[in-house]
Design a protein around this ligand. Structure first.
Ligand SMILES: Cc1ncc(C[n+]2csc(CCOP(=O)(O)OP(=O)(O)O)c2C)c(N)n1
Length: 206
């Protein structure tokens, strides 16, 4: 059943299943100088498709690194917000990063989890956690108090706006459909790294 009230937080069961590109597009539209780290697969493909920014980093090849990389950026640049966009399969591979984030508690870190329940890129196999584990519950139990499911697109917008203006760390989880990403990131790791470093102001453009 769809979530009805805006006063009570959504649960996994009543959160709307949404489209990753639509949510990514909505989030990117709100950004100015925030760093965004897209996790492997559809997550960074949709980030790429939503409009490339020099402050975007696209993780290619390794699962589970969007949150650790964004955590590093948040700690290194405390005046800038850092956003990790991660898939559920990738988070599963690196669950311990949630308690590391809770322990270090950077107020400028925002985690957005796109929960498809599947490993979409290699063929759509259900993850072992699909429907069994609740990622918001896992995040809270790991010490991230500001963790919630997005009830629907408007609720996601509201949560992103709040995370961009209030101290975190924030963990925003969204249930996502099985639609493939709308584009594919150019596989040029050197260019991705150089552009990101320039975008964060730690390297002068060549
Ligand atoms: C360490 C590691 N193990 C396995 C793979 C193969 N692999 C690539 S993407 C992927 C699934 C990622 O799942 P998720 O993060 O949920 O993203 P989605 O595919 O759903 O976009 C797997 C298993 C990999 N790239 N790296």
């Amino acid at each position: 059943m769809a979530h009805q009230s805006t006063n009570t937080p959504a649960t996994f069961d009543n959160a709307k299943v949404m489209n990753r590109f639509e949510l990514t597009r909505r989030m990117v539209a709100r950004l100015t100088d925030e760093a965004v780290v897209g996790g492997i697969g559809n997550t960074n493909f949709d980030l790429w498709a939503a409009g490339q920014r020099p402050q975007n980093f696209y993780m290619l090849g390794s699962m589970g690194l969007a949150i650790p990389i964004a955590l590093g950026v948040a700690l290194a640049q405390p005046k800038r917000r850092a956003i990790a966009l991660e898939g559920d399969g990738s988070l599963l591979m690196q669950l311990g990063c949630l308690s590391t984030v809770a322990k270090l508690a950077p107020p400028n870190l925002i985690i957005v989890l796109f929960d498809t329940g599947i490993y979409q890129i290699p063929g759509g196999q259900p993850t072992p956690a699909a429907v069994i584990a609740d990622y918001v519950g896992l995040a809270r139990a790991s010490g991230l108090a500001r963790s919630a499911w997005a009830a629907d697109e408007d609720d996601f917008d509201r949560m992103v706006a709040m995370a961009l203006s209030e101290a975190g760390p924030h963990f925003i989880a969204a249930r996502i459909d099985d639609k493939p990403a709308v584009a594919t990131t150019d596989r040029d790791p050197v260019q991705i790294r150089e552009r990101f470093m320039c975008g964060l102001g730690v390297r002068a453009p060549a």
